[in-house]
Ligand binder design. Structure first.
Ligand SMILES: [Zn+2]
Ligand SMILES: [Zn+2]
Length: 375
């Protein structure tokens, strides 16, 4: 008995010693408060991987491709992950589950969630077999199901059905902590976005993890208006072969004035929610350039536009000024949400269904600026 007590106190004092010796790391943002939830958008190049930590629990949404498996494992170890309470495979494309397979072997995993379809690839078979070998059954949660996680919860928003397009099978979740919310879309595209809107679920969120690495087929006007995020995060690789993110998607985000974070420009990005506010490990880069360098070269961006305006206003020819003033009476199109006015309702940077016409001077008085694409 005495021996046991001595051993117990020895362990206790060792534990206390360790606790006081371990320095508070200044480099990592951790959810240490009672109601905190940390969301790590891990830079896995062209792929997706999000780690969420809250209340001692861990959720891993996608794990990047196979070439980033070692990075994911060491990143999770640095965050003291031993058990993954929820491992979620958005869908079974390589850039999402490649890094998950070794995580099943390297950590204890309580639950694996994924969409209910069969992907014809060795990697998919490997993923399923590794789960089975670790006595884990891959579960297929239904739309609307909610699961407690840490100090909050997450709800399944998609897929509403299984299609031939594996991206549209993405298991989309809305993660909530107090009044803060995040939506992780995987590679969901337009069809899935429309399905989510049709269900009538509350899609409003603070942070949108932009679908399919910013591809043009995702993040439609309708979905952006339904989610109305305060921040968008894009996970994509530098100079990736798909030219992600697309000029169309970046134009929509820019026109709606949504601040943007990008892993290709900023590396790993961490958001910490305290249930009321969200703080970030860095400022949004607000770099709305596309991954297609040929588009970037011709688009010119807002810098080119302001230069044009400067030359127009300093132009001594009075007719120019007159025509500019007359221009203010012409009708333009303004979006339901967004900061730009357009010469046509369907230039691609505004939802034409909810656009309305006002005079240009009215639009400018309301604070709208000209669209860089159609004006
Ligand atoms: Zn992908
Ligand atoms: Zn995909």
């Amino acid at each position: 008995m005495k021996k046991q007590n001595r051993l117990l106190s020895l362990i206790l004092s060792l534990f206390l010693l360790l606790f006081t010796l371990v320095p508070q790391s200044a480099l990592t943002v951790k959810a240490e408060g009672n109601s905190e939830m940390a969301v790590h958008f891990i830079d896995v190049g062209q792929g997706n991987a999000i780690l969420v930590q809250s209340g001692g629990q861990n959720l891993l949404y996608d794990g990047g491709d196979q070439s980033h498996a070692d990075l994911i494992i060491s990143y999770l170890q640095e965050q003291n992950v031993e058990n993954i309470d929820y491992m979620i495979a958005s869908h079974y494309d390589e850039d999402h589950i490649g890094g998950l397979v070794p995580c099943i072997d390297n950590f204890s995993v309580s639950n694996i969630f994924g969409p209910d379809y069969v992907h014809t690839s060795n990697l998919f078979n490997n993923f399923m077999n590794t789960a089975t070998a670790n006595a884990i059954i891959v579960q297929y949660p239904s739309v609307g199901e909610t699961f407690d996680f840490g100090t909050g919860s997450f709800t399944v928003l998609a897929p509403n059905g299984i299609s031939q397009n594996s991206n549209d099978n993405s298991l989309v979740i809305k993660l909530e902590n107090g009044s803060n919310s995040f939506i992780f879309t995987g590679d969901a595209e337009e069809t899935s976005e429309q399905d989510m809107i049709s269900t009538g679920m509350n899609l409003d969120c603070d942070v949108l993890s932009v679908g399919h690495h910013g591809s043009a087929n995702s993040t439609t006007w309708d979905f952006l208006e339904a989610t109305s995020p305060s921040y968008a995060v894009i996970s994509c690789g530098i100079n990736n072969q798909y030219n992600h993110p697309s000029a169309d998607t970046m134009g929509r985000l820019s026109d709606m004035g949504i601040p943007v974070f990008r892993t290709d420009k900023q590396g790993t990005i961490i958001a910490v929610s305290d249930g009321t506010n969200i703080s970030w490990s860095q400022e949004p880069c607000n770099d709305y350039s596309s991954g297609d360098s040929s588009v970037n070269a011709s688009a010119g961006g807002t810098g080119g536009n302001s230069r044009q305006e400067e030359t127009t206003t300093s132009d001594p020819v009075p007719e120019q000024e007159e025509s500019n003033n007359a221009d203010l009476g012409t009708m333009v199109w303004i979006p339901a949400t967004g900061e730009k006015y357009h010469s046509i309702p369907n230039c691609g940077r505004m939802n034409p269904d909810t656009a309305r016409q006002v005079s240009r001077s009215e639009a400018e008085a309301m604070g709208y600026g000209p669209c860089s694409k159609c004006y």
